[in-house]
Design a protein around this ligand. Sequence first.
Ligand code: ATP
Length: 434
Amino acid sequence: MGTVLIVDDVEDLRYSLSNTVRRAGYSVSVAANGQEALEILRTSIVELIFLDIGLPDGNGINLIPKINELSPGVDIIMLSGRNDAKSAVQSLREGAVDYIVKPFDLIEFKSVLHRIMRSRLLGKQAQLADTCTSVDAIIGNCESMRKVKETIHMASEVESPVLITGETGTGKELVARAIHDACPGNKGVFVKVDCGTLSANLVESELFGHDRGAFTDALTDKKGLVEVASDGTLFLDEIGNLPIALQPKLLRLIEESIFRKVGGIKDIAVKVRIIAATNADIDREIDAGTFREDLYYRLNVIPLQLPPLRDRGDDVLLLADAFIRTLSRDLKKEIRGIAPSAVEAMLAYDWPGNIRELRNLIEREIIFCKSGWLNPSGLRPAPSCGGLQGEELVTLRENERRYIKQVLNYTNNNKSKAARILDISRTTLREKLD
Ligand SMILES: Nc1ncnc2c1ncn2[C@@H]1O[C@H](COP(=O)(O)OP(=O)(O)OP(=O)(O)O)[C@@H](O)[C@H]1O
């Protein structure tokens, strides 16, 4: 994927948006004004631009034709203040695809980011039908992971729904993609829907589409993601967050392979494989009445439970080695491996963020590694069955103070490096030190 470009003259906003984009897994560039933005477009491939309307060197809307000339096909989202919401609408006529009114929160920003990047990816997936996530990309040799791989093979031979459960970062999406790619009959694409980030009032039309005139803003017919995934896979992440009002509609789709668009009057038939995932305890949601029991049983035809990393034994080291190999190549650093003295701590640590945390740790360690051996510090062993001892319990504030001190020691008091590791701005770090 190419880069996301953020054009805004407010430094703090540039900083937090670019961090969010990076954390979402995309590369990012920033520009403080229109000239800088055009310069970046001349030299790199940009997929999506967040463009402020009130730039110091002119109105962002006037940049749109130049941007389209330099990067045809790029998607532009305008960032507008309350006072220039009218110009935001005008920018849509100029070719921007959407706008966000300031002040907005990062959840709203992320949801726009994912929506656009996902639909761009879908377009590409259609072109690159042969790029796939094979089961071989799933690293793990422990007993439970071997069972998981067997279930993936079995699931790829049938069309029944799969329900993947597991803590955050345990590889639920990776497994869903592997099932999709291993299905020989799959001609369609893999469409991921994050039920947790879709806005409640748009979720129905995002999923099922709408007919023209279904509501005030519905100026044209729109295909929903269910239809986009036709002959392929619809991956419903965080299924526990699917609004209860939509659950009967999903049930009908699974049972009868038909659905109706918002405002539509006829049923549409569609063949789509449903894979759902959750890291929450669905039983509790069923008890609370926010998740329908009949839908749960219908989704859970093939249950697939991913174990947390702390229960995968030596797989921790296997995964670490694999990440070292690929990331050291990408980061162009020569790394020999995990320092033998650190191996025990890695095996004893409880990895609350699971494989995602391990991957991020390895990446950070490679970046700051000087000796060629990775020696992660701060990996406290998992608490014993009895839980923490009273004397180990400190306040959150004290814990933060100790950790910041540890990181500063590690970076030889280099505050920029420390702020990067802590993933906060230098200003925030300075405030905390004060
Ligand atoms: N067994 C594995 N082998 C190699 N990489 C893995 C494995 N499991 C997970 N990963 C990697 O770890 C990261 C997190 O995985 P993924 O996004 O699939 O987790 P998830 O369970 O869907 O997370 P969340 O619940 O937060 O959405 C990804 O980069 C993924 O490629």
